[in-house]
Design a protein around this ligand. Structure first.
Ligand code: PMP
Ligand code: GLN
Length: 410
């Protein structure tokens, strides 16, 4: 095998999805809704596949024209600038492929990429495959209190110390997976200032951009002065419209950067499923018209999730687990150090405690979650073995089933 894939053969999602299926566990693990997408996008998809020939065939390589047009219009209004649908957007097979194109196009051997911990796990292997070197900087819980994701912060001095002459990019993920942190304007400005000072790119993964709670506001770092020219913003229709299996995502940014992502895309995937892009285009057209109104799905979904988040938090507290209230996204981390479970090490080679705990919970209690140390670098995962991640974009019946399991056992 090629050296670039050495040491990245194990995958968190493959492992825990299999285990969850094997034990038929109640699934608060992998992040996906167990309810259908809104009817307006379902209908658009059905219409797309029941028409003539065109939507069954190839479309434009870098994005189906109706989709790039509406994405440009939609996000142009949000970032307050003209976005060119042909130059500044690339439609990809989910946010995953947008990330992959970004790293392959922009990271060279030996380039350093700053990653903020905890981070969505695929960043590390993707940087490695591109030949880059990951440089980690942790969000740390404040000493005196740690009730919400806002209590986890970057140290400005520590972050600044990670920028060197080899730094090519920093990856930002807001709202963050798994913590749910939503970076505020000052935090983003601090990161932006460092990017400008050191002439570094910002890769901003914003797949949970519509999902914020308790008045937290999602801010696009690309909208800060001097940042459009150096930011690649990544989004996901799967997350936006509760249709993760459609695998439509995008990268957006200045044409002089995006053209390099297109080079990777045209020589690997070439284009994404036409009908799914057509349906997503209809979805965004509808949301453009409803923007800010009560009918908007981008307002209705977070309102629905705010209640589920409360429900899950209460249930965790009732059984003595300490949840960290997320400001955004659809995951919640909880501290398991108060629970003394007799959890075996199934691998025999010093498996982190949270991995052991999660496997035990799936096998013995029939409840699936995700170990949080998976979202840390090998250097730091030892220090973060006491948290597990719960997904709450689930039917109330699923959340109730999880609550029953937790109650009976605690
Ligand atoms: N980034 C983050 C932070 C995620 O949680 C996910 C998970 N789905 C992705 C990217 C990938 O998104 P997609 O399913 O659109 O490929
Ligand atoms: N992003 C989702 C999560 O964090 C799913 C990732 C995946 O299945 N690879 O749960």
């Amino acid at each position: 095998h090629a050296r670039r894939i050495e040491g990245i053969d194990k995958n968190l999602w493959v492992e825990f999805t299999q285990l969850t299926a094997e034990y038929k566990a109640v699934n608060l693990g992998q992040g996906f809704p167990d309810f259908p997408p809104p009817s307006f996008v379902q209908e658009a998809f059905c219409k797309a596949v029941s028409g003539g020939f065109a939507l069954h065939q190839y479309t434009r390589a870098f994005g189906h024209p109706p989709l790039v047009k509406i994405l440009a219009k939609f996000f142009g209004r949000i970032v307050g600038r003209d976005i060119d649908p042909l130059d500044d957007i690339l439609v990809t097979v989910g946010a995953y492929q947008a990330l992959f194109c970004t790293f392959q196009a922009l990271i060279d051997d030996g380039d350093e990429v700053i990653i903020i911990e905890p981070f969505f796990d695929c960043y590390q292997p993707m940087v490695k495959m591109a030949g880059g070197k990951c440089v980690y900087v942790p969000l740390r819980p404040k000493k005196d209190k740690c009730e919400t994701s806002a209590d986890w912060v970057l140290s400005p001095g520590e972050l600044a110390s990670k920028f060197t002459s080899h730094t090519k990019a920093i990856i930002l993920n807001t709202p963050n997976n798994p913590l749910g942190k939503v970076y505020n304007q000052e935090e983003l400005q601090m990161i932006a200032d460092l990017c400008v000072k050191h002439d570094v790119l910002c890769i901003s993964d914003e797949v949970y951009e519509w999902l914020t709670y308790d008045g937290a506001k999602h801010v696009k770092i690309a909208s800060l002065p001097g940042m459009w020219e150096r930011t690649i913003t990544i989004g996901s229709a799967g997350k936006s419209f509760s249709a993760t299996g459609w695998k439509v995502g995008w990268a957006m940014g200045s044409g002089h950067i995006l053209k390099h992502l297109k080079t990777v895309h045209q020589n690997s995937v070439y284009l994404c499923a036409t009908a799914a892009q057509e349906a997503v285009a209809h979805g965004f057209q509808r949301e453009f018209e409803q923007f800010g109104k009560p009918e908007s799905y981008f307002l209705q979904l977070p309102a629905k999730l705010q209640v589920k988040r409360q429900k899950l938090a209460q249930c965790l507290k009732n059984v003595g687990l300490q949840p960290i209230m997320p400001e955004g996204g659809y995951f919640m981390m909880a501290d398991i150090s108060t629970i003394k479970a007799d959890v075996p090490d199934s691998t025999g080679n010093d498996e982190p405690y949270d991995y052991r705990f999660v496997k035990w919970l799936i096998k013995n209690k029939g409840l699936a979650t995700i170990p949080v140390s998976a979202f840390y670098s090998p250097e730091h995962c030892k220090d973060f073995q006491n948290y597990i991640r719960f997904c709450f974009i689930k039917e109330d019946s699923t959340l109730n089933a999880a609550e029953k399991i937790l109650r009976e056992w605690s």
